[in-house]
Design a protein around this ligand. Structure first.
Ligand code: ADP
Length: 452
């Protein structure tokens, strides 16, 4: 069921209950009012009858009374003395069944009785000579008819009110819901082909304006992610195609004519170089795509961070023996076990080799300093170099996949390393900061929570 119908129905049901309660109160008040009026009328008549009775004008009682007060349909008056002897009877009907009612009559409250449409009361009246017991009854056709009419009007009001409040509720709910439907329609029309489209913003600060604003913020984020993804695919295929084109070109040139063994060897070595490069790029891309925090966290184990640095150093030196990596420890705890963090060794070694490699690659002395220190429950690793530094305007972008700053034009690379580093740091719940000054050097400062 649509929300607008639910709201309208809820509103109508509440109104229905309220109207029904009000109608019931009005009806019962009216009903007791009618009975009271009937009782008053019969009591007045009884008092008058007793006055006539006591002044021995018995013969004229009925006519006098009817003239004075009027007569109700099937009206009947029976007057008894305190010993239940019948003194006066306004008609000639049967009085045998009145005994049980008489026994209920007392001075405090009138006794009620009814017989089909006849309603009656038993009560005491004090005359000048004695106390009388009176049984008075009548068929209150007019009173009941009035009550029936009232009941009909009240039912009409209640059901009419229910329908009206449902209609009004529906109108209000529809008015309130229309902007939501409008937002839904607009959001529904946005897909990858028009990801830049936005939901029309509304004036004011109501919930729907907030909803539209929140949708637009989400679309902003999605658009960025979508563009990054699109660029990533374009850049990745470019990175793969360049060495492949180079390989194809070299092989085609070599095959143009017969070559000496030395020329073949040189060509193969160059192709091998390109293939190693290609393999390295595809491995890094694969790692970047696979660095999913959930999968990685399942492989976490306690690792000594100093071991990770030594292993990374050995790996970089194996590939580039002319690189210098100085590892220094500061304020280390006496218990070396306090140098452990929870992590994945392969990912952490990849992270450290990338930062060591960059530090050496971008500095003329091919040297990077690695400083390890512990503070409270954190371990900090700083990779600093005295290299080219990164221009200020490029700093916000260096962690984007395939981004290479101007300083990297003459240096080999693919722009994947730092985005991989950032992901690895995030997966390990660490923090990454970069300080750089062109011509002075660069420092990457990483902190990780210790596994204490
Ligand atoms: P790559 O090193 O393959 O170019 P990275 O993702 O590792 O890719 O680095 C991205 C860019 O950040 C580099 O191209 C370079 O411009 C800059 N950069 C990274 N590390 C340093 C550093 N230590 N010194 C100067 N520039 C750096």
């Amino acid at each position: 069921m649509k929300i607008r119908y639910k709201l309208a129905l809820g509103f109508a049901l509440v109104s229905f209950v309220l109207l029904l309660s009000a109608a019931a109160i009005v009806y019962f008040v009216q009903q007791s009012d009618r009975q009271q009026q009937l009782l008053d009328r019969l009591q007045t008549k009884a008092r008058k009858a007793i006055v006539y009775y006591e002044s021995n004008q018995l013969n004229s009682i009925q006519q006098e009374l009817d003239d004075a007060i009027g007569v109700l349909p099937e009206e009947r008056l029976l007057i008894y003395d305190i010993d239940r002897r019948l003194l006066y009877q306004s008609d000639s009907g049967n009085v045998n069944l009145t005994g049980s009612i008489l026994s209920q009559v007392n001075s405090r409250k009138p006794a009620k009785f009814s017989d089909n449409e006849l309603e009656g009361f038993g009560f005491q009246v004090k005359g000048s000579k004695q106390v009388y017991l009176v049984l008075a009854s009548a068929n209150d056709i007019f009173g009941r008819k009035k009550l029936e009419n009232l009941a009909n009007v009240l039912s009409l009001v209640v059901f009419g009110g229910f329908l009206l409040s449902f209609a009004c509720g529906l109108a209000f709910a529809s008015r309130a819901m229309n902007p939501i439907s409008e937002v839904i329609k607009q959001v529904d029309a946005i897909d990858y082909s028009n990801i830049s489209a936005r939901v029309a913003s509304r004036k004011g600060r109501d919930e729907i304006a907030l909803l539209a604003y929140t949708f637009n913020k989400m679309l902003d984020r999605l658009e960025v992610a979508f563009k990054v993804q699109r660029n990533f695919v374009a850049n990745a295929s470019h990175e793969m195609r360049t060495p492949l084109t180079a390989i194809t070109g070299q092989l085609e040139v070599v095959l143009l004519k017969e070559r000496t063994n030395r020329e073949y060897k040189m060509a193969l070595e160059s192709v091998l170089d390109d293939i190693i490069n290609l393999t390295q790029t595809s491995n890094r891309l694969l790692l970047l795509a696979q660095t999913d925090s959930k999968i990685a966290e399942s492989s976490f184990q306690p690792l000594r961070i100093d071991d990770i640095l030594w292993q990374a150093q050995a790996e970089v030196i194996k590939r580039k023996p002319d690189y210098k990596i100085d590892i220094t420890f500061y304020d280390l705890p006496e218990d070396e076990m306090q140098l452990t963090i929870l992590g994945n060794d392969q990912l952490l070694i990849t992270m450290a080799t990338n930062l060591m490699d960059n530090g050496c690659k971008f500095s003329p002395d091919h040297t990077v300093k690695v400083q390890l220190s512990v503070y409270k429950s954190l371990v900090q690793i700083m990779f600093s170099d005295q290299g080219s530094g990164i221009p200020k305007e490029d700093l916000p972008h260096i962690f984007e996949p395939f981004y290479r700053s101007k300083n990297a034009i003459l240096v080999k690379g693919h722009g994947i390393g730092l985005s991989l580093v950032q992901r690895i740091v995030n997966i390990h719940h660490g923090n990454l900061k970069v300080l750089s000054e062109p011509g002075v050097g660069t420092a990457f400062i990483l902190t990780f929570p210790l596994n204490l």
